[in-house]
Design a protein around this ligand. Structure first.
Ligand code: PEP
Ligand code: MG
Length: 840
């Protein structure tokens, strides 16, 4: 066994203290010769070690390298063993990698894994490594490598640190993921070490899973403690953050309780079919045959790779998933708001979890494949969360599994295939243990009439997505639901939270009648939204939607969108994880135009050219890291430098325009006229080459310089669309992502309104129309003010359209102009907001 690979009695023979080597190969040969001399291997093994190094890097990390022979030379190994060179000065192993301890290994695979596991543990112990690099005692190495034992328990010991503060949890639903992620953020921002203890269990508050595993419920007494310089102050600050969340948690719980009390108007059967009670998650009634989706057991093969490559693969997959999650958060924030995006933020926190990563590495070091190890780690930790018996944490387990699958898909895209691929052609009632947000988002709505899950919660992101897709849905139906046979007719009541099985003909007829009534009601509502936004005195404002994908167009139109005022194309790059080529982009733009031509009416589509940079980083483009990305090579500045990005996009756009539709192109982040002129020139060259029609070319006004010079820019632009999100950040000098300043980054600040007024004035000098596609366009009061400032078009998240239209229809243009003039004179955003309700 390798446990006694360096018996203390032989340590002096197998460990060369303060060795020196001319280079890496020399070091490998020396350590190989020690193994030969000790009889562990036959002569020649050291050359096999050198050859192996030429094909695979054996640098393990933290100054440790582990050369070993090629697999085909295993026959040269006589006894398992290791030998060590201590190189106090270190030696360059690879560029940027300096080895101080060279561990030559002669072992069969099992023993090899044992030694690797010990070494990986050792690598995490910086102090011990330093002792080993300096020691004069060979036996020190035997001791370090003999210690095996079980891996250290991941949780912190249940003792308090020097400064303490007690608190009784007063969050009505306990510590769930949303407040816990705020704790994590606060703890990570703190310079001192913090701990949270509940009874015998404690957790490092920088670690989300550890916090959730405490399973804190309302009323639990806990102790926060801290140590380090200025610990008392830091502890107080942390506790203040914890307390500051109480009010919102209580409000949310009260609102949820109120909702539960509100009697819902729902369908009741004529007879008494079998009923499974669950929780209403998405409204509406659906009828269809059940299709039971068995627990989507992923079969992840165990394909070991060498540890160095495995670690790199895992790291890359995590980096890519984080970028993907960031894109998802940004997109969801823009489309549905920050609170809907919070779930993906919490999922991203789960990716940072050191317990999951440590467990994965331990499994890898034990010799398992990367994907297998990651999957196991996620399953084990999700299993622990589910086992706590708290429904909120059970939902987080589902989140962990969901985000875990994203990572898995990044490690090997072949592993995560659509488990929903084999749905029947006929629209069915999809019954599943649970559905991940990714599953729900990709559901084919032509094949699914309704959803019923055994697990899950009404606030899960899957439920939110089901609502977005308009699919009636019931969650938490329990195991009985899964026991229903596929093919059984069922009625899913997404208002009452019930699933009715095997209904009689009479019940079916009554349910169909109910559905017909609901449909008629919806059509009437849509008609209302479908009315144009015309003020009482007859002034019409164009209302468009911010939509990035063709499959979202239908919903936008149903909400009353009259076209797409902003298609953010960077999401094509961010979501797919690769650079879409010209053909792929062409297909998407064409699909957008086609979706907008529903009912034989051509509606406008404004496609914004890539706005990469700032908060939208695309890892696979490998752009240089910037100190200050919001002020860096972003948007138009990047397009002008990267023809390889601009050309395919322009070609795809003009090819799409050639086939019809009302397409416009818009360039982001224009600061000066020369940028626009250069971009127009590129457009014209591509257009002429393709013999495509002219299309309007507009610009985003999102930099104060552009607002101030609007008249000069209007000479060259066909239209303006004001990006108030960026215009606010650049005018007020507030990073749009800084949560500390989020309350102050208000687009209704008079300084921003003055920029908008200047833009409108400049545009008028050349008779150009002005739109707004930043977030404030979707705020009914903001929209009213913008119209008062002279804005012609508003483009917003589809969900915001009905309220904005309703507000504008109740206004008078003259009143709005007066309101806007008043707002421009105010001191700050708060005073502007206070005008709401006074003037209109
Ligand atoms: C804006 O800045 O207001 C805008 C619409 O663009 P984005 O949010 O994509 O930066
Ligand atoms: Mg912008």
């Amino acid at each position: 066994m390798l446990a006694d690979a360096i018996p203390a009695s032989h340590a002096a023979d197998l460990v060369r203290i303060d060795a020196s080597a001319t280079d890496k190969t020399d070091a490998i040969r020396q350590v190989g010769q020690l193994l030969v001399a000790a009889g562990c291997v036959a002569p020649g093994y050291e050359e096999s070690m050198v050859r192996r190094e030429a094909v695979a890097n054996t640098f393990l990390g933290s100054g440790v390298a582990i050369p070993h022979g090629l697999g085909e030379d295993k026959g040269l190994v006589r006894n398992d063993g290791i030998a060590i060179l201590q190189l106090r000065e270190g030696i360059d192993w690879n560029p940027g990698q300096r080895a101080h301890i060279v561990v030559g290994i002669a072992a069969n695979s099992d023993s090899h894994i044992t030694i690797l596991r010990r070494l990986t543990r050792l690598i995490q112990d910086e102090e011990r490594l330093q002792v080993l690099i300096a020691t004069d005692d060979p036996a020190e190495f035997s001791r370090a490598l003999l210690e095996d034992g079980t891996p250290a328990a991941p949780s912190a010991p249940a003792e308090d640190l020097a400064h303490t503060a007690a608190w009784i949890v007063d969050y009505p639903t306990g510590l769930h993921a949303r407040p816990a992620s705020t704790w994590v953020e606060a703890a990570r921002a703190s310079a001192v070490r913090l701990r949270v203890r509940h009874g015998e269990e404690s957790a490092d508050p920088r670690n989300l899973v550890a916090l959730l595993q405490l399973g804190l419920r309302c009323g639990d007494e806990i102790t926060f403690s801290a140590e380090g310089p200025a610990a008392q102050g830091a502890l107080e600050k942390f506790v203040a953050t914890v307390r500051s969340l109480s009010a919102r948690e209580k409000e949310d719980a009260a609102r949820a309780a109120e909702k539960r009390k509100t009697p819902v108007r729902c369908w009741t059967p004529v007879g008494s079919p079998r009923m499974i009670a669950g929780v209403a998650a998405s409204p509406g009634l659906a009828i269809g045959p059940i299709h039971v989706l068995s627990a989507a057991e992923l079969s992840v093969p165990d394909v070991p790779v060498d540890l160095v490559n495995g670690g790199a693969m895992l790291n890359e997959a995590l980096v890519r998933t984080r970028a993907q999650m960031k894109a998802l958060i940004d997109d969801t924030t823009r489309r549905l708001g920050a609170s809907e995006a919070a779930i993906f933020k919490a999922q991203t926190e789960l990716l940072e979890d050191t317990d999951i990563i440590t467990l994965t590495c331990q499994l890898m070091v034990e010799g398992h494949g990367v994907a297998w190890s990651w999957h196991q780690a996620v399953q084990r930790i999700a299993g622990k969360l589910s086992a706590l018996g708290n429904p909120v944490l059970a939902a987080r387990a589902a989140d962990l599994t969901d985000v875990g699958r994203r990572v898995l898909a990044e490690i090997d895209p072949g592993l995560v295939t659509g488990t929903l691929a084999d749905l029947p052609e006929e629209p069915c009632i999809l019954v599943a243990p649970d559905l991940s947000p990714s599953d729900t988002a990709t559901l084919d709505t032509a094949r699914v009439a309704g959803i019923a899950t055994a697990l899950g919660g009404p606030t899960s992101h899957s439920a939110i997505l089901a609502r977005t897709l308009g699919l009636p849905s019931v969650v938490a139906g329990g195991a009985d639901l899964l026991a229903a046979a596929s093919g059984t007719t069922a009625i899913v009541d997404g208002d009452g939270g019930r699933v009715w099985l095997d209904p009689s003909e009479k019940d079916l007829a009554s349910a169909r009648g109910w559905i017909a009534d609901l449909t008629a009601q919806r059509v009437a509502e849509e008609e209302e939204r479908g009315q144009p936004a015309v003020t009482r005195d007859g002034h019409r404002v164009e209302i468009a939607a911010n939509v990035n994908r063709p499959d979202q167009v239908g919903f936008a139109l149903a909400q009353g969108g009259e076209g797409v005022g902003l298609m953010r194309t960077e999401f094509l790059f961010l979501e797919s994880g690769n650079t879409p080529g010209e053909d792929e982009q062409f297909a998407v733009y064409r699909a957008m135009i086609d979706a907008l031509s529903a009912g034989n009416e051509e509606r406008p589509l404004i496609v914004r050219a890539l706005d990469i940079g700032g908060d939208k980083q695309v890892p696979h483009l490998e752009l240089p890291v910037e100190e200050n990305p919001f002020l860096g090579v972003r948007g138009a500045r990047l397009l002008l430098r990267r023809h390889d990005l601009l050309e395919p996009q322009l070609r795809a756009l003009y090819r799409a325009a050639k086939e019809g539709g009302k397409l416009s192109i818009m360039f982001p982040m224009i600061t000066s006229a020369h940028e626009l002129l250069a971009l127009r020139k590129r457009c014209e060259a591509v257009r002429a080459e393709l013999d495509a029609p002219q299309v309007p070319i507009g610009i985003m006004i999102e930099v104060p310089a552009a607002a101030v010079q609007a008249a000069q820019l209007a000479a060259h632009a066909d239209f303006f669309s004001i990006g108030t999100n960026d215009l606010t950040q650049y005018t007020l000098a507030i990073d749009r992502q800084n949560p500390e300043l989020a309350g102050e980054a208000d687009s209704l600040h008079p300084a921003v309104l003055r920029m908008i007024a200047a833009t409108v004035e400049g545009a008028r000098t050349h008779d150009r129309w002005v739109g707004v596609c930043g977030g404030i366009a979707g705020d009914p009061f903001g929209a009213a003010l913008l119209v008062g400032l002279g804005v012609d078009e508003l483009s917003m998240t589809p969900r915001d359209i009905p309220a904005v239209k309703a507000r504008l229809r109740g206004c008078d243009r003259g009143e709005l102009n007066r309101l806007a003039a008043q707002a421009l004179e105010m001191d700050g955003a708060a005073q502007v907001r206070a005008l709401d309700g006074k003037a209109i």
